[in-house]
Design a protein around this ligand. Structure first.
Ligand code: ARG
Length: 389
């Protein structure tokens, strides 16, 4: 019996390996780690620990695929759920698909993940696993293990338990998320050292203006230099981080009904989403903008819920892609003490009318006829009210 495990190298998934053997009777455990821009040290650790604990450890580099096929659609959709830029949510289906790929190639009997029964990730992994018709094993949830019991089990099995961490961190190129531990108390103010990607806005360097070029709704250049997506996001994380841009502390509504306190860091996401939304305001019509807001919200909810296999996801993307044909141009963003603010933008598709100018000799009197009928119902309503009084 063979099982393929989505393996991050952390405590939950490390404990899963001996559990899959002892408690589930698998005699071959394959651990798959997917590189989507985690810190190199984490990848190294996953590789070392994974190779030692499992029968076979496979590392897959999916950074480019992640950026082009998952993050770029997210930028076009202004992806955001309750203020969260969806970095964990959008990554899970990709990781799950990589695990499925290995499971099919290896002719495995099941796939496994290390999620608990409280979070959103179990839903996201299993939506993909189950769509592939694979048997799913979720040891931590099924054996109802607490963090303490996991630490105990790890010690007994010679797993150099990843040091007792103060909180749980999940990180990839789009955002860093921190939850659990003392953060579960919404009244607990996190210490500065919880942040790794951003300096405190108070300590930010002096303001800086950067320029991002978009084509078809996605960023293609920074300060005039064409960059591939992975590099562009990395650079923006560094630059924005130095200005303290992209910190979020929110109370989030999980799919399962729990509220949870979440801290996020995401300098590049803040800069790119701010710039992208601004450019859309320049080139899309009022009708497009209003409708797209609804589409963006539906898109973000599907992603948060881990349901990107739903045909609605494809349909929404088709609409979004159509609107993005004209989302091209340059946006200048000022980074200043924790904020990212658009200060200038230009596009060949801009819909501003020259006639609005104070200096243009337009037929102003033409507005009167419009005004007469614009407030017709309000005039009648006022008249009726006075009649009744
Ligand atoms: N609340 C976010 C989500 O559901 C992030 C969870 C990330 N996990 C973590 N251990 N920090 O997508």
């Amino acid at each position: 019996m063979k099982v393929v495990l989505a393996y991050s190298g952390g405590l939950d998934t490390s404990v899963c390996i001996p559990l899959l053997r002892e408690r589930y009777g698998f005699d071959e455990v394959i651990a798959v780690t997917v590189d989507i821009g985690q810190p190199p040290a984490d990848i190294k650790e996953a590789r070392a620990r994974g190779s030692r604990l499992s029968d076979k450890h496979i590392l897959m580099d999916a950074k480019e695929e992640y950026v082009y096929d998952y993050i770029f659609p997210l930028i076009k959709a202004n992806g955001c759920y309750e203020g969260y830029v969806l970095g964990t949510a959008i990554a899970r289906p990709l990781i799950a698909r990589k695990v499925v790929e290995v499971a099919l190639k290896e002719n495995a009997d099941a796939v496994a993940h290390g999620c608990t029964g409280k979070g959103n990730d179990q839903l996201r992994f299993e939506a993909v696993f189950r769509a592939a018709n694979l048997k799913v094993v979720a040891p931590i949830r099924e054996l109802n293990l607490t963090r303490r019991e996991e630490m105990e089990y790890a010690r007994e099995h010679g797993i150099e338990a990843p040091a007792e961490k103060r909180w749980s961190v999940d990180e990839n190129i789009w955002n860093r998320s921190i939850e659990g531990g003392e953060l579960e108390d919404p009244d607990f103010e996190p210490p500065e050292e919880i942040y790794k990607w951003t300096v405190s806005p108070e300590k930010a360097r002096k303001p800086e203006i950067i320029e991002i070029r978009f084509e078809r709704g996605v960023p293609v250049a920074l300060n005039g230099e064409a960059l591939d997506g992975v590099l562009l996001i990395r650079r923006l994380n560094e630059i924005g981080g130095r200005h303290g841009v992209g910190r979020t502390d929110i109370l989030e509504d999980r799919v399962l009904g729990f509220k949870s306190r979440e801290i996020y860091e995401h300098p590049a996401a803040t800069i790119l989403l701010t710039a992208h939304k601004d450019l859309e305001r320049l080139v899309l019509t009022r009708n497009e903008l209003r409708f797209k807001e609804l589409v963006d919200k539906a898109w973000s909810e599907l992603v948060y819920h881990g349901l990107i296999i739903d045909p609605l996801y494809e349909a929404l993307n088709a609409f979004i892609d159509k609107t993005q044909e004209r989302v091209a141009g340059e946006v200048r963003v000022k980074l200043e003490k924790g904020s990212a603010r658009v200060v200038a933008r230009r596009s060949p598709h801009n819909l501003l009318s020259k006639e609005v100018s104070f200096d243009a000799k337009t037929e102003q009197r033409a507005a009167e006829g419009f005004i007469l009928y614009h407030s017709l119902q309000q005039r009648i309503f006022e008249a009726r009210r006075h009649e009744r009084a």
